[in-house]
Design a protein around this ligand. Structure first.
Ligand code: 5RP
Length: 226
């Protein structure tokens, strides 16, 4: 099975969790896209709350009914991908630069299910660079404060994310700094330190948020709980 096949079966398995009438958080990325497609194919009467413009566009193309987070009181179930799934279903997210809207939607959800291919399941978080969303105003200064925090944790300075067209700007108009690690020994301590910096909007550590993981493997779906 390719990684994409594993993403597809995890997305399809998650789509089976959805019931008619639900408000459903729609994650971002290639795995979440498989979920959105499988959910749309079921033709249920549900309302989707997208976590990015990209996901909103896909869901609209598939004819799904959408609401914004502003317009719903709560979300029954959110399904989203991850860059890494570590011990206790601690996660790194934000590879697709959607971490802020994702975290807002996750935190408004009664149940959060993370879906992924098998390679995302790791013994310790940190091989994937941790994304940190930073407001644009004065971001080089915020970046230097992040470098100080990185040094406290024995990590190299984070780097501003760029792509072919230049600096990557999120749906919220912010920039992303990626913090290289290797192993994040104490994710909760790092999360707290990052949130203490003015200018940091949020970071890609999703701790104590996932209720269940559905991981696509060559042997089928591996279900994990915290
Ligand atoms: C976007 C995310 C994605 O869920 C994460 O990057 C995984 O993406 P993919 O399913 O394409 O591997 O956090 O901000």
């Amino acid at each position: 099975m390719t990684a994409d096949d594993q993403k597809r079966i995890s997305g399809e398995a998650a789509a089976q969790l959805v019931e008619a009438g639900m408000v459903v958080g729609l994650g971002t990325g290639s795995t979440a896209a498989w979920f959105v497609k499988a959910l749309a194919a079921r033709g249920l009467d549900v309302r989707g709350v997208p976590t990015s413009e990209a996901t909103a566009n896909l869901a609209r193309e598939l004819g799904m009914t959408l609401s914004s987070l502003d317009d719903v009181k709560s979300i029954d179930l959110t399904v989203d991908g991850a860059d890494e799934i570590g011990p206790g279903l601690s996660l790194i997210k934000g590879g697709g630069a959607a971490l802020l809207r994702e975290k807002l939607v996750w935190e408004a959800s009664a149940r959060c299910v993370v879906i992924a291919d098998a390679a995302k399941h790791v013994k310790a978080l940190g091989a994937f660079k941790l994304p940190i969303e930073v407001v644009r105003f004065g971001h080089p200064h915020t970046g230097r404060r992040l470098a100080d925090i990185a040094a406290e944790f024995d990590l190299p300075p984070p780097r501003l994310r760029t792509a072919e067209r230049g600096v990557v700007v999120t749906d919220g108009g912010n920039v992303i700094y990626d913090m290289a690690s290797g192993v994040i020994a104490d994710p909760a301590a790092l999360a707290g330190a990052l949130k203490s910096v003015t200018g940091v909007v949020d970071h890609g550590l999703f701790l104590d948020l996932a209720d269940e993981a559905l991981i696509g493997t060559d042997d089928g779906i591996l279900r994990l709980h915290p």
